[in-house]
Ligand binder design. Structure first.
Ligand SMILES: Cc1cc2nc3c(=O)[nH]c(=O)nc-3n(C[C@H](O)[C@H](O)[C@H](O)COP(=O)(O)OP(=O)(O)OC[C@H]3O[C@@H](n4cnc5c(N)ncnc54)[C@H](O)[C@@H]3O)c2cc1C
Ligand SMILES: *[C@@H]1O[C@H](CO)[C@@H](O)[C@H](O)[C@H]1NC(C)=O
Ligand SMILES: *[C@@H]1O[C@H](CO)[C@@H](O)[C@H](O)[C@H]1NC(C)=O
Ligand SMILES: *[C@@H]1O[C@H](CO)[C@@H](O)[C@H](O)[C@H]1NC(C)=O
Ligand SMILES: *[C@@H]1O[C@H](CO)[C@@H](O)[C@H](O)[C@H]1NC(C)=O
Ligand SMILES: *[C@@H]1O[C@H](CO)[C@@H](O)[C@H](O)[C@H]1NC(C)=O
Ligand SMILES: *[C@@H]1O[C@H](CO)[C@@H](O)[C@H](O)[C@H]1NC(C)=O
Ligand SMILES: *[C@@H]1O[C@H](CO)[C@@H](O)[C@H](O)[C@H]1NC(C)=O
Ligand SMILES: *[C@@H]1O[C@H](CO)[C@@H](O)[C@H](O)[C@H]1NC(C)=O
Length: 573
């Protein structure tokens, strides 16, 4: 079958799926086990206490609830009924809401790149761009996971949260452009991580409704689980009585009124506290609880439980750079759907702008909008709150015609550059200081440059012809935006000649930051905190590299995978 004929079939198929999506609408779950922490007793006992109801914490709690009693503590509220979370067309609303009740908490790394962390049941899966894709087989092998249980765990999550996206004109053109550029073969629609070009999954269904890790609580045994919302854990409690080393035995958390509650583990060697507070939250809370670099903890008057200099080390954020392609032809609104996986470590993904907050007259650059903190027009260190405010008002003043276009982004695999996390104070609700050291490793920079070269060829490819103004060559595209009011690029003498400089000056985050409690450094291969009993960390903070092209599938998989393993250990087989 010829490629073009095949493409016709593909379209028909996608339309059927899309239509099918419209017919199958199920109501949002109404869990009997969700409570506000204000209703929690001052003292309670459980077999497992999980800190953080995020992308890993929800599947983990749901699984453990089947043969034990589980307390899941989440500092944020419920995602259900909040259109800023559930509705695809309102992507960015949560990220631009800077209030204390927002599902997203903004932070700015010491590098100067503006970033975000989740604060809601379901975690990052409630505020992210929804792309769903697995890790490669070589990643699974390198971590040492059991490939069969990994596959079962992915499928367990996919039954509830993963969907095939509709493919429309812009995403299709980028896909075909990638193929003509040599990012081949075409692997079709697949969750698998394979060299070439593919269409990945999404957690948005055919109606544009988001399905999150909180939906995985559908799998929970309601009798075995208690979920507390607005329950902010301040400290993990340790005991040393009758032991050679410290053992976690409870936590202190505070409710929305600031009242203190204590939860302890039931007696039993197999019971555990599990930290799933994410790549910022987990190393942060370990330090606040006395597990971290001795001198640093002492400087903050924290009683040291274990001197562990590697807590907070290995923090990494994959650099993301993008090129904006203003288009003469209409471009559909889309988050990420098509991805090119190159053999040398750059991932190419396509997205396009959108009408902000459906119904509003404001137009917006979607995942590249200054409203959500993306500001590639200035080098990172110059991205002050004033500069951000100016970029937002400049964007609002733009002629709507400039919003007709799309972005092609590239993300650097790994990355090899790493940084660290430090305490600023001892308030668990405040952000710690985080440094990612983007492009410190020369290979990260090389991969960025190669990724930009691929994007250049994609833009120039035949399938992209309807979406480009032919007068605009790459140097002009790179530069044009700097001199036009779109102003997506920094004014830099060398921007059109040095792609290296472009990478450094326009670096943004794709929010795939990880590390801080890495396997082999802070946790062992069973995710147990090295040197402490009855304490594990299970979330993105344990990663050495970001898995797949985008991590959330693997974070959900990890929650399920470890839940199954821990239950097997508990039940003795
Ligand atoms: C804007 C954005 C876009 C993204 N786009 C994509 C994408 O398209 N595809 C993809 O695969 N990945 C994407 N990601 C990345 C992905 O969502 C994250 O890697 C993943 O969600 C991290 O999961 P986690 O379980 O490690 O942490 P989280 O999901 O952040 O969970 C941690 C949870 O712990 C809670 N918590 C923290 N501290 C405490 C405390 N002291 N007490 C109680 N609770 C606490 C937090 O509120 C949070 O709910 C994106 C992320 C963001 C932010
Ligand atoms: C959810 O269930 C509770 C009782 O379990 C009920 O009071 C409430 O009205 C329900 N909410 C929705 C939206 O169905
Ligand atoms: C574990 O839970 C499952 C499902 O709830 C149940 O069928 C099984 O009997 C339990 N096993 C034990 C040992 O409790
Ligand atoms: C949605 O986000 C907007 C800002 O982006 C905020 O003003 C509004 O209060 C939010 N709504 C909810 C229900 O959180
Ligand atoms: C798991 O799935 C991957 C890709 O889908 C496949 O290559 C691998 O062989 C599977 N592993 C097992 C043990 O089935
Ligand atoms: C630590 O305690 C000492 C003595 O009480 C005090 O002087 C110092 O300011 C405290 N440091 C911090 C960071 O709170
Ligand atoms: C999303 O929001 C828009 C605008 O508020 C609304 O028209 C649409 O019906 C919503 N979609 C869903 C699935 O809730
Ligand atoms: C880049 O923009 C500057 C103005 O900001 C202009 O002077 C220069 O000629 C442009 N270069 C290219 C290659 O378009
Ligand atoms: C610009 O490029 C030239 C030649 O490559 C180099 O000598 C100069 O240092 C660069 N300037 C900056 C600011 O990077």
């Amino acid at each position: 079958m010829g490629f073009w004929l095949w493409r016709l079939f593909f379209f028909a198929f996608a339309e059927i799926l899309l239509f099918h999506g419209f017919c199958s609408s199920e109501p949002a779950p109404n869990y009997s086990f969700l409570h506000q922490a204000t209703s929690a007793p001052p003292l309670s006992y459980y077999d497992y206490i999980i800190i953080g109801g995020g992308t890993a914490g929800c599947p983990l709690a749901a699984t453990l609830s089947h043969n034990s009693s589980v307390l899941l503590l989440e500092r944020g509220g419920s995602p259900y009924g909040n259109p800023n979370i559930t509705n695809l067309s309102s992507f960015g609303r949560a990220l631009s809401d800077l209030s204390a009740s927002s599902p997203s908490q903004r932070f700015v790394s010491e590098d100067g790149v503006i970033n975000a962390r989740a604060r809601v049941l379901g975690g990052g899966s409630c505020i992210n761009a929804g792309f769903y894709t697995r890790a490669s087989s070589s990643y699974v092998a390198a971590v040492g996971w059991d490939s069969r249980l990994v596959n079962e765990s992915y499928r367990w999550a996919e039954k509830v949260v993963a969907f095939q996206p509709p493919m429309r004109q812009w995403q299709t053109a980028v896909r075909d452009g990638l193929l003509q550029t040599g990012v081949s073969p075409y692997n079709g629609f697949t969750y698998d991580h394979l060299i070439g070009t593919k269409v990945g999954g999404t957690i948005f269904d055919g109606e544009g409704r988001r399905h999150t890790a909180a939906d995985l609580l559908e799998y929970a045994n309601p009798k075995g689980i208690t979920v507390m919302l607005h329950a902010s854990v301040h400290k993990i409690l340790f005991t040393t009585t009758g032991r050679k080393r410290a053992s976690a035995h409870g936590v202190i958390f505070r409710d929305a009124s600031g009242n203190k509650h204590i939860a302890y583990l039931n007696d039993g060697e197999k019971n555990e506290v599990i930290l799933s507070a994410g790549a910022i939250g987990s190393p942060h809370l370990l330090m606040l609880s006395g597990v971290g670099p001795l001198d640093h903890l002492k400087a903050h008057n924290i009683t040291v439980v274990l001197d562990q200099p590697l807590v907070g080390q290995g923090m990494a954020d994959n650099p993301m750079n993008a090129i904006y392609i203003p288009s003469p032809a209409p471009v559909e609104v889309s988050l990420i759907q098509v991805v090119g996986i190159t053999s040398y470590g750059s991932y190419i993904e396509a997205a396009s702008g959108e009408n902000f907050a459906g119904g509003s007259t404001h137009r917006d650059f979607g995942i590249f909008s200054p409203r959500i903190g993306q500001l590639s027009t200035l080098p990172p260190k110059q991205r002050t709150p004033e500069a951000l405010a100016k970029a937002i008002s400049d964007m609002e003043a733009l002629n709507p015609i400039v919003f007709n276009g799309g972005f092609i982004l590239e993300k650097v695999r790994g990355p090899l550059s790493q940084g660290h996390l430090h305490l600023v104070n001892t308030n668990p609700n405040d952000n710690p200081s985080v440094t990612f050291n983007y492009f410190q490793h020369p290979q990260d920079l090389q991969r960025c440059v190669e990724g930009l070269r691929v994007i250049e060829r994609v833009i120039q490819s035949r399938p992209m012809a309807p979406f480009r103004y032919n007068s605009l060559s790459l140097p002009v595209l790179l530069n044009m935006t700097a001199s036009s009011p779109i102003n997506l690029l920094p004014h830099h003498a060398n921007v059109s000649t040095s792609l290296e400089q472009y990478c450094k000056d326009t670096v943004m985050t794709i929010w795939h930051y990880h590390g801080g409690c890495q396997m082999g450094r802070v946790v062992d291969s069973d995710y147990r905190v090295i040197g402490i009993d009855s304490l594990r960390v299970i979330d993105g903070s344990t990663f050495r590299d970001s898995p797949g092209t985008n991590p959330q599938a693997t974070v959900m998989m990890l929650g399920r995978y470890m839940g199954v393993k821990i239950l097997k250990e508990r039940l003795g087989n």
